[in-house]
Design a protein around this ligand. Structure first.
Ligand SMILES: Cc1cc2nc3c(=O)[nH]c(=O)nc-3n(C[C@H](O)[C@H](O)[C@H](O)COP(=O)(O)OP(=O)(O)OC[C@H]3O[C@@H](n4cnc5c(N)ncnc54)[C@H](O)[C@@H]3O)c2cc1C
Ligand code: SF4
Ligand code: SF4
Length: 456
């Protein structure tokens, strides 16, 4: 069995901090060598380790997404790709000005704000600009005021922990909606089951669809390439919308002493999500894409008909009929009903990385005798084409190398140390990918020739 000790030893800790909250801080969570939060289990007694293991999203001691989803939404239908669901939508805010201040269609913050304004909750636990440099540029915080909440939107592709924020609200008698990526919400659900006080306080779980999480170095690396070195970096905007461009081709904004520098994200080394640079180790062992334990999950509707609208459109999987009604009855939104296949198609790349890729990684680690968590896909290469296997392995190499290469660049004060090490790895990835394209083209050509020249 893959225990919490294995999670930490194998670099699969996502830094959520549930173990710390569960043990009243006897497990500490601090920023590690790879610039993301990690639990420190040294000197922790066995009883605390086992309690912590029960809320850790990567330990086999905890209940998985299927078990939590079944308990939370027993009456809802289930699909292996999205989990349980009551409503499936694509949508965005009608208000153009407000929409620009959100990463995608703006419905995550709209729903959270509705819950606050209707008095369903007293506060939102979410990630905002940090006022504590020790935590980095962004951190979890509880926000109680709707206007203050609205001022802190957009996606933070940035390693955080909710250890302090959850510990600080526990027992304050208020009710909260907690917002987070799928593994954080699995951990929050488990905490709510184990801890009666938090159980009575965490009233809504709002999920963000997730491809993978980035270490804090991701922001610094992109900013440095945009012209703002780490020591001058004040903040970043991971998603600057650009009129007329496809919504997936957003800019990255780096703010330094001389203002904001906006650069197309895709033009920067590490800017392509497919390369998984600065990905946290835990994400290599995760199969939850649509935040299956959340009451509602929001992502980007990456379908051609929505992608072309530069303002952004959400895909939404709802699991509470009252939230379906909230969305359907509002005249502030543009909303389409989707079917399951359309919802899954919005995350095609995500499924390749997190379901097919996960099978490869589980297989590779198991073959080396390494401990891996139990997942909902089998550890086998069966049925996966060789190009995909090579791409998955190359992506893992890129991801692992990026952390060390950037640490070396920072120590040397020279961005090129990082760029020179990463570019050849990215080129190799592209060659594998293009090789696949060339192969597909050649076999299509052969098929066409066979059709034209019978007998060949
Ligand atoms: C690490 C990460 C990976 C993602 N990967 C994908 C993906 O692969 N595919 C996809 O379709 N969508 C992905 N998303 C979701 C997407 O980026 C948008 O966040 C989502 O579509 C919501 O957009 P919105 O306009 O509705 O939100 P907004 O109106 O901009 O509101 C966002 C809200 O979320 C909060 N928030 C932002 N980041 C975090 C965070 N890290 N933890 C907790 N709260 C946060 C903000 O405080 C704000 O309240 C990812 C998000 C994150 C954070
Ligand atoms: S993943 Fe979360 S619960 Fe598990 S060890 Fe890390 S911080 Fe603790
Ligand atoms: S990919 Fe999975 S492990 Fe990584 S941050 Fe997203 S939900 Fe968590």
């Amino acid at each position: 069995m893959h225990t919490i000790e294995d999670v930490v030893a194998r670099g699969m800790c996502v830094g959520c901090g549930a173990c710390s909250v569960r043990t009243d801080g006897r497990v500490s969570v601090t920023i590690g060598r790879r610039r993301s939060f990690e639990a420190d289990l040294d000197g922790v007694v066995d009883a605390d380790l086992r309690a912590a293991g029960r809320v850790c999203p990567f330990s086999d001691e905890s209940r998985n997404e299927d078990a939590i989803g079944t308990a939370a939404f027993p009456e809802l239908p289930h699909d292996p790709r999205v989990g349980r669901y009551s409503g499936l939508f694509a949508g965005r805010l009608r208000d153009g000005d407000r929409l620009l201040g959100s990463s995608s269609g703006g419905l995550t913050s709209w729903v959270a704000e509705q819950l606050l304004e209707r008095g369903d909750v007293d506060g939102i636990l979410h990630v905002v600009s940090s006022d504590d440099p020790a935590k980095g540029l962004f951190a979890y915080r509880a926000t109680f005021d709707a206007a203050e909440y609205r001022a802190q939107r957009k996606s933070m592709y940035y390693a955080t922990t909710f250890a302090d924020a959850l510990a600080s609200v526990r027992g304050d008698g208020r009710r909260y909606a907690v917002l987070g990526v799928p593994c954080f919400l699995r951990a929050a659900r488990l905490l709510a089951e184990e801890d009666a006080q938090l159980g009575s306080q965490l009233a809504f779980f709002l999920g963000l669809v997730c491809g993978h999480l980035k270490s804090q170095a991701f922001a610094e690396s992109l900013a440095w390439q945009a012209g703002v070195p780490p020591q001058d970096l004040e903040t970043v905007d991971f998603r600057v919308k650009v009129p007329g461009r496809s919504s997936s081709r957003y800019d990255f904004g780096a703010v330094g002493p001389d203002g904001e520098h906006d650069v197309p994200t895709a033009s920067l080394v590490g800017g392509s999500w497919g390369h998984a640079m600065f990905q946290i180790g835990a994400c290599d062992f995760c199969d939850d894409i649509f935040a299956e334990t959340a009451d509602i999950a929001f992502g980007d509707a990456w379908l051609p008909r929505y992608k072309e609208d530069w303002r952004g459109t959400n895909v939404i999987v709802s699991r509470r009929p009252e939230l379906d009604a909230l969305l359907r009855e509002s005249d502030e939104l543009v909303l389409d009903e989707l079917d399951l296949d359309e919802v899954a198609a919005t995350q095609a790349g995500n499924f390749r990385h997190r379901r097919i890729g996960l099978r490869v990684r589980l297989h590779d680690d198991a073959a080396k005798g390494l401990s891996v968590p139990a997942k909902r896909v089998p550890p086998t290469l069966d049925g996966i084409d060789s190009k995909r296997v090579r791409l998955v392995r190359q992506r893992r190499l890129i991801s692992r190398t990026s952390h060390d290469a950037f640490a070396e660049a920072r120590a040397a004060g020279d961005l090129h140390v990082f760029l020179d090490r990463m570019r050849p790895l990215v080129e190799a990835y592209t060659r594998i990918d293009r090789g696949g394209l060339a192969q597909r083209f050649a076999s299509r050509l052969r098929r066409r020739i066979r059709r034209l020249v019978p007998g060949r």
